[in-house]
Design a protein around this ligand. Structure first.
Ligand code: ADP
Ligand code: MG
Length: 927
């Protein structure tokens, strides 16, 4: 009561927002007449002038009034639409980085040009995000002339194509009229870039998998205006973008290396850290350090491996990976014991926890060790599909310096927008008063009765000439209704949101006399329904009837068709208005009120007459699951008879309550998912940030030195801890570790002089620094820097990929382990953090090892295109890998895609017979 009263006195927040902007609207209006007098060229010069002022330090805010006025004038001249005052307000809300709620048909496409133009003046780029490729193209072609007149460039990114808007570009296909094909990067360099959320997101992920700066297509993410923002940021928030590929480029190498391991001879095992053990290594290929679970190849060992594998230099950059795999193979054989460290079960290696002795299904050793053990045991090495890069829309769009959105339905989700995206919602009044009548819901006992009633209602409207748009919740329900209508001989169209372009044409005519259109939620979105029909779309149809292709027909024919269409639609418009405009029939209430409002909003645009009604039954999911009892009670009280519907405000209200409950529930699910994703998001930020810095060409020398020192002092702590008497130092272990890591041989004699730990630390530090300096001299500083960057990228990419695989497994396993009372999210966070720490350690170790060991035998190729599997990557919109989902049974007899392999088919490991033909499965891993 009080709230309502206060609202009366002070107005709602939205009204106050709008009021606050009125002076600016007036100021823009005042500039109108003056701008009208300018020649086209003079109008264009305004852009230059604005840009100059921005470059000289003016805030774009200060230019808002002038820029909006100029943009409005250009739109009027080139598109034939002059922004309404409410559209100016919408533009200001978008500029402020908020959500403008503007009803369907209010002209949001045009609204976006205002903040688009204003913010493009900084030259940092503006992205306008649409829900499908067709709309991205349409909006760029539609609004392009206004931007063009003002000297701004407009890019369009599509799935596998990109364009620049260029009115002079001639193409026989008018669907691509004025769209000149261009490179992806060029489209992103444009002042304004139109594209879908999917394409923007995938381009971001792809950019972060590139290996050189000039392959990147996106610039810094500056300002995004998201159209249909509720669909993109809320409905689609549950399905992240995923680029995936095989986990292994090839599993061959593990088997190949595994075969040579038994041929290598052990030189020594370091047991109690005696240096004599190191010295005794003259004969033999490798030394085992059991305490630190490490193995190192001796010089002789390196030579043996080179001979066995037919490699001329193991330290050649292209073979250094092999060296790593040999090391893992040696560890697998020498240090990891079956039934102690792991068990083999159903063709899989399952790790046994070293402390508890429990089996840890789903857990994997990193960095090729797991595969090495698989090869040793002769089980199949999975070439499973893994995530290579992934991001949710939440996290993608939160990276923009400024984010804004527009939609007809945002207010019901205002809390989520505020919480997750820090986006405020402002409701903009309609240009003309809304006169649509929303009739109260009708509820039936059974679904059958409901659909019969819907059919009758459609026929009633249809017969009096009124167009009807029927919304359904699924394709299945659409078909069901379609059958009923067919039986009654009613002509109708069915849309399933499958063919955006074709469905746009159909839905554009949903306002024609007696038209009946059945559509699922998403179908035909973004297309305006004009009462009496849309002459543009009708003209196309007329051309087709004449045997002409509307996309290539000559201009005169198109013009004539349009005139003809107009003759049809104008009088028809009057007649449809006369029978009450477009009638909306909902066949079920959606879980969210917002989606119902979207359906309703299709009618009553720009002051048109219209009506809407929802039909429900007690068998509908929403009522069954969430509100049945309460509604049943109301119905009993109202005395509902069998076969008779009820229609009462109380019911409508009870349903809204049920919807609110479901909305809250769904919000909780999305929030929960986001919490899981946040963990990965932070890690991704760190890794992508590091990559970006390296690609930018920043010197990494300092980082490398830091890592080198970290590693060296780590060895000191491990082999000569501060609290241990010098006599008990494990100098043999230390020596081997230094050799393994830095290719540095400390002669045992050198330790003779050393009596204190400080002296030992000094000895190690000097030796390592000297070694680093030596390496630098070998290469020369410039080349050394380049090699550092290159090696870092290679290792980071490999390790990140490996880490993502572990995370995939962790997510699957976390629900299976059973944590008693503990919260799986906390456990997930902790383990994901540990895995990340481990990865960072591995990156340090491997980068430094490679830098200290590799030798340039020939010119180094700098265009390494990332891990080979990235080239096989696939993009998809996946379900979020649900937490704790049962992992798919990974039988040993499956192809990478999971299909079963026939015994006579080629083995999925790719092995070949000596004559080059593929080995049969039964002769290889199927044995
Ligand atoms: P929305 O996206 O808000 O549903 P659209 O951008 O599809 O709306 O535009 C709806 C219709 O309104 C289009 O047919 C467009 O031509 C028309 N329109 C929008 N703004 C104006 C304007 N300022 N003057 C005239 N017509 C306009
Ligand atoms: Mg729209």
């Amino acid at each position: 009561m009080l709230a309502a009263l206060l609202k009366k006195i002070f107005g709602t927040k939205h009204q106050r927002d709008v009021k606050r902007m009125m002076p600016a609207v007036q100021a823009i209006n005042v500039l109108g007449p003056e701008l009208e007098r300018l020649a086209d060229a003079e109008l264009r010069v305004k852009t230059e002038e604005f840009k100059k002022r921005v470059a000289e330090g003016a805030e774009v805010e200060d230019l808002l009034v002038e820029a909006f006025a100029v943009c409005r004038e250009a739109a009027w001249r080139r598109i034939g639409m002059r922004h309404f005052d409410v559209q100016l307000i919408g533009g200001m809300v978008l500029h402020e980085g908020k959500i403008a709620e503007m009803a369907t048909g209010e002209g949001k496409t045009l609204v976006a040009t205002l903040p688009g133009y204003l913010n493009a003046l900084t030259g940092r780029g503006v992205h306008i995000v649409t829900v499908n490729d067709y709309l991205a193209r349409r909006d760029a072609q539609w609004m392009g002339p206004a931007y063009h007149a003002l000297g701004l460039s407009v890019g369009v990114i599509q799935h596998e194509a990109s364009f620049l808007y260029d009115p002079e570009y001639v193409t026989p296909d008018i669907r691509l009229a004025a769209l000149r094909p261009c490179g992806r990067r060029e489209a992103y360099l444009a002042d304004i870039t139109y594209g879908t959320n999917n394409e923007f997101g995938f381009d971001y992920l792809r950019d972060n998998m590139r290996f050189s700066l000039d392959e990147l297509v996106q610039r810094d993410l500056n300002y995004a205006i998201v159209d249909e923002v509720d669909s993109i940021l809320i409905d689609e928030a549950r399905t992240p973008l995923i680029i995936s590929g095989p986990a292994e480029e090839s599993t061959d190498k593990y088997y190949k290396i595994d075969r040579i391991i038994p041929k290598l001879k052990k030189a020594a095992t370091i047991v109690d850290g005696k240096l004599s053990e190191v010295e005794a290594q003259v004969e033999g290929d490798y030394i085992v350090d059991e305490k630190s679970k490490a193995v190192s190849l001796t010089e002789q060992g390196i030579a043996t491996c080179e001979r066995l594998l037919g490699i001329d230099n193991m330290y050649d950059p292209q073979h250094i990976e092999t060296l790593h795999h040999i090391n893992q193979g040696l560890r697998a054989h020498a240090l990891f014991k079956k039934d102690v460290d792991y068990v083999v079960k159903d063709g899989q290696i399952i790790i046994v926890d070293e402390f508890t002795g429990r089996m840890m299904p789903g857990r994997r050793w990193s960095d090729g060790l797991h595969q090495a053990v698989e090869a040793k045991e002769g089980v199949r090495i999975e070439r499973e599909n893994q995530t290579l890069a992934t991001i949710t829309f939440q996290n993608y769009f939160r990276m923009y310096a400024k984010l804004a959105g527009m939609t007809g339905t945002a207010e019901t989700e205002a809390e989520e927008f505020a919480n997750i995206y820090k986006l405020d919602v402002t409701v903009i009044p309609t240009n003309r008063p809304l006169v649509r009548v929303n009739l109260p819901d009708v509820v039936y006992k059974t679904e059958r009765e409901k659909f019969n009633a819907v059919t009758e209602e459609i026929i009633r409207s249809h017969e009096k000439g009124q167009p009807v748009l029927v919304g359904t919740v699924s394709i299945e329900k659409s078909e069901q209704l379609s059958k009923l209508l067919k039986k009654r001989g009613i002509k109708h169209e069915v849309l399933n949101a499958k063919y955006h372009e074709r469905e746009a044409e159909i839905v554009a005519q949903a306002g024609r006399e007696s038209a009946v259109t059945i559509a699922t939620n998403m179908a035909g979105r973004g297309t305006d329904i004009l009462l009496g029909g849309n002459p543009d779309f009708l003209a196309k149809e007329l051309l087709r009837r004449k045997g002409l292709d509307p996309s290539t027909a000559p201009a005169e024919a198109r013009q004539a068709a349009w005139q003809e269409a107009k003759k049809v639609t104008d009088p028809e418009h009057e007649r449809v208005v006369g029978v009450g405009g477009l009638h909306i029939v909902g066949t079920e209430r959606h879980e969210s009120r917002r989606v119902d409002n979207q359906l309703r909003g299709r009618s009553g645009r720009q002051g048109d007459p219209g009506s809407s009604r929802f039909y429900l039954s007690l068998e509908d999911d929403l009522l069954r699951i969430f509100g049945a009892e309460r509604i049943q009670r109301i119905m009993e009280r109202l005395g509902m008879e069998e076969g008779e519907p009820i229609e009462h405000k109380l019911v409508t209200r009870a349903i809204a309550t049920a919807q609110k409950r479901v909305e809250t529930h769904n919000f909780e699910i999305r929030k929960h998912l986001l919490e899981y994703d946040d963990v990965m998001n932070k890690q991704r930020e760190i890794v992508y940030g590091m990559r970006g810095e390296i690609l930018d060409g920043a010197s990494q020398a300092e980082t490398i030195q830091e890592w080198t020192e970290d590693l060296a002092s780590g060895f000191l702590d491990a082999y000569a801890p501060a609290n241990v008497h010098p006599e008990d130092w494990d100098l043999a272990g230390l020596t081997e570790a230094l050799y393994r890591q830095f290719d540095l041989r400390v002669a045992p004699a050198e330790y003779k002089e050393v009596t204190s730990r400080d002296a030992l630390a000094e000895l190690v530090r000097t030796a390592v620094t000297e070694r680093y300096r030596q390496r630098e001299q070998e290469f020369g500083a410039a080349l050394a820097r380049a090699i550092e960057r290159r090696e870092m990228l290679i290792v980071i990419d490999h390790q990140w990929k490996d880490h993502l695989l572990s995370i995939d497994h962790l997510k699957e396993g976390i629900g299976l382990r059973g944590y008693g009372q503990r919260d799986p999210l906390t456990e997930y966070k902790r383990e994901a953090f540990d895995l990340f720490q481990d990865m960072v350690e591995r990156i340090k170790t491997m980068v430094v090892e490679r830098l200290f060991k590799l030798q340039l035998v020939r010119d180094l190729a700098f265009d390494v295109p990332g891990p080979a599997v990235w080239r096989e990557a696939r993009e998809s919109r996946g379900e979020t890998p649900s937490i704790g989902r049962q992992p798919a049974p990974a039988g040993p007899s499956r192809t990478p895609s999971g299909a079963k392999v026939g015994r006579n088919e080629p083995c999925p490991c790719g092995a070949k017979n000596p004559d080059g033909t593929p080995k049969k499965y039964k002769k290889c891993h199927g044995r």
